[in-house]
Design a protein around this ligand. Structure first.
Ligand code: 0X9
Ligand code: ZN
Length: 447
C-alpha cells in the first residue's frame, strides 16, 4: 500500500511523507443514524451567545447555524422542539420557523446530485460536484504520481475509525536557496461543510498543474490537508439523515445520536471556553484537549514545520474571513496586518465573481461568539503563525451547508484566486505583489 521511496528529508519528520499508491478505501460499514423526522431551521430572536441559546446548544437541543447581534438560526430536531419552545418562551425570546422540513431539502440535494451523476461521464474528480473520500484519495494518488518531485504525501495520523488523515506537501525542489513562505491549509474539519474539501483539493490541483501558479511555487511551499475529519466527512455521504453531521465519529458511550467530538473545539489553546462538555452537543470539546487522533496527529506534524507563515482553515458557511481570537473578544496584536491580508482575499473574490460574492472580515470572537479549541487560535497562539484565518466559504445562508453543486466551480475558482493573491502579497511575488510594475496606461503625464 505505502512505499517509502519518496521520503522528505530534514526539516519535517521523515516518517510523514510516503509515496502513496492509489488505494481504494475499505468500505466502512456505517450504522446510519436515523435523524428524527421533523428537523426544522428556526430563526430565534436572540444572538447565538445569549445565555439561553448557549444552554440549549450545550444540551444538544439546538445546533447553531448562523447568527448576528440580534438573532440566530438554529436547527431543532422534532424531539427537542417542545423543550426549545418552552426555554425560549420562559426567557421571552421570540422565534419563527424558517425551514419547515430540513430533511426535504437534503433529499432535494441528493436527487439533484444523482441526476448530475447520471449525466456526467465516469470521471473520478472534478469541481462541478462533491466527492467522497474514495474520490479524494484516488485524486491524491493521481496528483502524487503526476506531480513528480513537486508532491509528497504524508499520513501523520489515522482517524478514530482508522482512516488516514492525509497531508500533501507541494514544493518545488528545483528552486533552492530562497527562504520560502510556508503555507498550511486545512480543509474538511467539519464534516457537512462539503465546499471546504472542494476548495482544498482545487488548490492542490492548481499548484501542481497550472503553469500560472509555478512562479508562486518558486517562493512558497504548501502543506494541504484536504479532509481533516475523514470519518465525519464520509459519514455525511452515507445517508440523507447523516448529511448534516459536523463532528468526528468518536463513540462517546452514550448513543448513536451523541457520537462525535467537534474537532474544532479540541485543539489545546484555551480549551473549553465557549465549547460544550456534553457529548450530545454539536460543539462537544472532547474529554480533554487533543483527545482525538485527528487533531493530535495534525498538531504533531504542524509542530515539526518551523515558521509557518500563513494558516487557513476552510469552513462554511457565512462568506466571512475570520481572524483570531475566538476564545476572547480582544483583538490580536497584529489585527491591522491580519485585516490587510484578509482584504487581499475578499477584494480578489469580489473582482473574480464580478461583484457577486462579497465577504465580511472580522475577529472570530466578536463576529461569531466565543469559541475556543479551534485550529486557528492554536496556530496563532501556540505556533505563533502570524497570519491565521478561518475562511467561512459561501453562501450567506440561502443554502447554507447545502450549497448546490452548480456553485462549486465558481466558488473554488474565486477562492483559489483569493488565496493566490494573499500568498503573492505575503511572498511579494506575482499578481498581488507589493512592488508591482506599473501599468503604463495608468501613468499620467503633466502638461
Ligand atoms: O464554530 C466554528 O468552529 C467555526 N464556524 S462553523 O460554522 N464553520 O462551525 C468558526 C471558528 C472560528 N474560530 C474560532 N472560534 N477560533
Ligand atoms: Zn465549520
Amino acid at each position: 500500500m505505502l512505499s517509502n521511496h519518496k521520503v522528505l528529508g530534514s526539516q519535517v519528520g521523515t516518517t510523514y511523507f510516503r509515496m502513496r499508491a492509489i488505494i481504494a478505501l475499505c468500505a466502512m460499514v456505517v450504522a446510519a443514524v436515523q435523524a428524527e423526522a421533523g428537523s426544522q431551521l428556526w430563526r430565534v430572536e436572540a444572538p447565538s451567545y445569549h445565555r439561553v441559546v448557549r444552554a440549549l446548544e450545550d444540551d444538544g437541543d439546538v445546533d447553531v447555524w448562523a447568527g448576528t447581534a440580534d438573532h440566530c438560526k438554529v436547527l431543532v430536531e422534532g424531539s427537542a422542539s417542545t423543550r426549545v419552545v418552552r426555554a425560549l418562551a420562559e426567557a421571552d425570546i421570540g422565534h419563527s420557523v424558517e425551514v419547515e422540513d430540513m430533511m426535504a431539502l437534503v433529499e432535494q440535494e441528493r436527487t439533484h446530485m444523482q441526476e448530475r451523476r447520471r449525466k456526467r461521464a465516469a470521471q473520478p474528480m472534478d469541481w462541478t460536484s462533491y466527492h467522497d473520500m474514495d474520490d479524494i484519495e484516488g485524486f491524491i494518488g493521481w496528483l502524487n504520481s503526476t506531480g513528480g518531485d513537486l508532491v509528497q504525501v504524508a499520513s501523520p495520523t489515522r482517524s478514530v475509525e482508522g482512516r488516514e488523515v492525509l497531508v500533501l506537501r507541494i514544493n518545488d525542489p528545483s528552486s533552492q536557496g530562497v527562504k520560502k513562505k510556508k503555507i498550511w491549509i486545512e480543509g474538511g474539519i467539519h464534516a457537512r461543510e462539503w465546499i471546504s474539501p472542494a476548495v482544498s483539493t482545487f488548490l492542490m490541483y492548481q499548484l501542481v498543474t497550472n503553469p500560472e501558479w509555478r512562479d508562486l511555487l518558486k517562493v512558497t511551499e504548501w502543506y494541504i490537508v484536504p479532509v481533516a475529519n475523514p470519518d465525519g466527512y464520509q459519514f455525511s455521504f452515507s445517508s440523507q439523515s447523516a448529511r448534516l453531521w459536523r463532528k468526528n465519529r468518536r463513540d462517546n458511550g452514550v448513543s448513536e445520536r451523541c457520537k462525535g467530538v467537534d474537532l474544532n473545539r479540541n485543539w489545546d489553546f484555551k480549551w473549553g471556553v465557549g465549547a460544550s462538555a456534553n457529548p450530545c452537543s454539536e460543539t462537544y470539546k472532547g474529554v480533554n484537549a487533543f483527545s482525538e487522533p485527528e487533531t493530535f496527529g495534525l498538531q504533531q506534524m504542524m509542530r515539526t514545520i518551523p515558521d509557518i507563515d500563513l494558516f487557513i482553515t476552510f469552513h462554511s458557511f457565512g462568506q466571512t474571513v475570520l481572524y483570531p481570537w475566538g476564545w476572547t473578544r480582544n483583538a490580536p496584536s497584529n489585527a491591522m496586518q491580519l485585516k490587510r491580508l484578509a482584504k487581499a482575499f475578499t477584494d480578489t473574490v469580489k473582482q473574480t465573481s464580478l461583484g457577486k460574492v462579497d465577504y465580511d472580515i472580522g475577529g472570530s470572537g466578536p463576529l461569531y461568539g466565543l469559541a475556543s479549541g479551534a485550529t486557528d487560535d492554536w496556530a496563532y497562539g501556540e505556533l505563533g503563525i502570524p497570519f491565521s484565518y478561518t475562511i467561512e466559504l459561501p453562501d450567506q445562508g440561502t443554502h447554507g451547508f447545502l450549497l448546490p453543486e452548480n456553485r462549486v466551480s465558481s466558488t473554488v475558482i474565486e477562492s483559489a484566486a483569493g488565496v493566490h493573491c494573499m500568498v503573492s502579497l505575503l511572498a511579494n511575488s506575482g499578481s498581488c505583489a507589493r512592488r508591482r510594475t506599473r501599468n503604463p496606461s495608468s501613468i499620467r503625464f503633466r502638461g
